[in-house]
Design a binder for this molecule. Structure first.
Ligand code: COD
Ligand code: ZN
Length: 375
């Protein structure tokens, strides 16, 4: 019996209020409208940005179904959809690519103007939601809401991937892996033989290290206050790891001394104003490049002396590793299938949607890198 065109009842994790556990609910998922796609989610990772919404440090419309790092199979499509069909394996894209806006048409930018990161509508592009629960409308998260057995997305927010892809692994291409890897290879453009430092050794920081290594960096220094993260960082390519807690002087001074006048490429992958300053100061004053990957809680400002940039440093940042998502995600998946790099070290725990709150607890306590939920 086909479900196309019908409302689907299924399980989802709903955030009703901030600082509350997610609630596993039966929800109704409406059929996709024109230019929309309904997806059966197969696997979804738990990312720190989901937790930022739960804790209220990232403001989003509630109630909401979170989740933005996933892979699944197309269940049905709305009128006019041409790039995917039922049965296709796909990755939902929290940073869409419409290919029509001024950013999509520009060779460099990737923050498509139909993204919901900066617009914060909590709906699909037509301004409405496809989710209801207990008679209430539930918001979408970044246009994809993947903590649900079924979700509906705009066609610009989904891309087909190779039919042989293991969905419980490649789901990480939907956020953490691509964000970190692209920050090194696409945003910083790490060069062979260079020295890199990565602040923050979570799933995104480890993916940044994988990017630095694949770009040929010869020295990659990992920085984290949790030394339990060091072994994994070395496994994926860090040549040494240090904790700021082991030094009396500021960590940037330690790094400048360690590298004979500063790093070539530094990355802040925590979302902390203090480490953003440290990352900028640790890169070489004449040619260093510093990339901001983490987002600080809500609106906060950094004040810096312009001389830090006038001497020649470059300070930049990007969402989703600077990748244009529809174009690049299928290629990243193919690279993984071709064993160009492994995602296995990043996936420390496997679980199910019912146990999602335990998955968040493990992220908060620093015990997990990525928990992947299979649905
Ligand atoms: N000094 C050194 N290390 C620190 C410090 C500190 N002061 N504080 C925390 N850390 C370490 C933690 O011990 C931890 O190991 C690591 O930093 C952070 O890792 P996680 O596991 O919390 O986070 P990730 O890797 O899953 O994600 C981190 C981001 C900062 C990239 C993410 O939360 C973020 O801000 N993303 C925003 C950018 C974006 O694209 N958002 C949209 C979708 S994610
Ligand atoms: Zn994320």
């Amino acid at each position: 019996m086909t479900t196309a065109g019908k409302v689907i009842k299924c399980k989802a994790a709903v955030l009703w209020e901030i600082n509350q556990p997610l609630s596993i609910e039966e929800i109704e998922v409406a059929a996709p409208k024109a230019n929309e796609v309904r997806i059966k989610i197969a696997a979804t990772g738990i990312c720190r940005s989901d937790d930022h919404v739960i804790s209220g440090t990232l403001t989003y419309k509630l109630p909401v179904i979170l989740g933005h790092e996933a892979a699944g199979i197309v269940e049905s499509i709305g009128e006019g959809v041409t790039s995917v069909k039922p049965g296709d394996k796909v990755i939902p894209l929290f940073n869409p690519q419409c290919k029509k806006c001024n950013v999509c048409k520009h060779p460099n930018g990737n923050l498509c103007t139909s993204n919901d990161l900066t617009c914060n509508t909590g709906t699909l592009k037509d301004g409405t939601s496809r989710f209801t629960c207990r008679g209430k409308t539930i918001h979408h998260f970044l246009g994809i809401s993947t903590f649900s057995e079924y979700t509906v997305v705009d066609e610009v927010s989904v891309v087909k991937i190779d039919s042989s892809s293991p969905l419980e692994k490649v789901c990480l291409v939907g956020c953490g892996f691509s964000t970190g890897y692209g920050s090194a290879v696409k945003v910083a453009k790490v060069t062979p033989g260079s020295t890199c430092v990565v602040f923050g050794l979570g799933g995104v920081g480890l993916s940044t290290i994988i990017g630095c290594k694949s770009a040929g960096a010869s020295r990659i220094i990992g920085v984290d206050i949790n030394k339990d993260k060091f072994a994994k960082a070395k496994e994926v390519g860090a040549t040494e790891c240090i904790s700021p807690l082991d030094y009396k002087k500021p960590i940037q001074d330690v790094l400048v001394e360690m590298t004979n006048d500063g790093i070539d490429f530094s990355f802040e992958v925590i979302g902390n104003l203090e480490t953003m300053t440290a990352a900028l100061l640790s890169c070489n004053k004449a040619f260093g490049v510093c990339v901001i990957v983490g987002v600080p809680p809500n609106v906060s400002n950094l004040s810096i002396n312009p001389m830090l940039l006038l001497t020649g440093r470059t300070w930049k940042g990007a969402i989703f590793g600077g990748f244009k998502s529809k174009d690049e995600v299928p290629k990243l998946v193919s690279d993984i299938l071709a064993k160009k790099f492994k995602l296995d070290p990043l996936i420390t725990h496997a679980s199910t949607l019912d146990k999602i709150n335990e998955g968040f607890d493990m992220l908060r306590s620093g015990k997990s890198i990525r928990t992947v939920l299979t649905l």
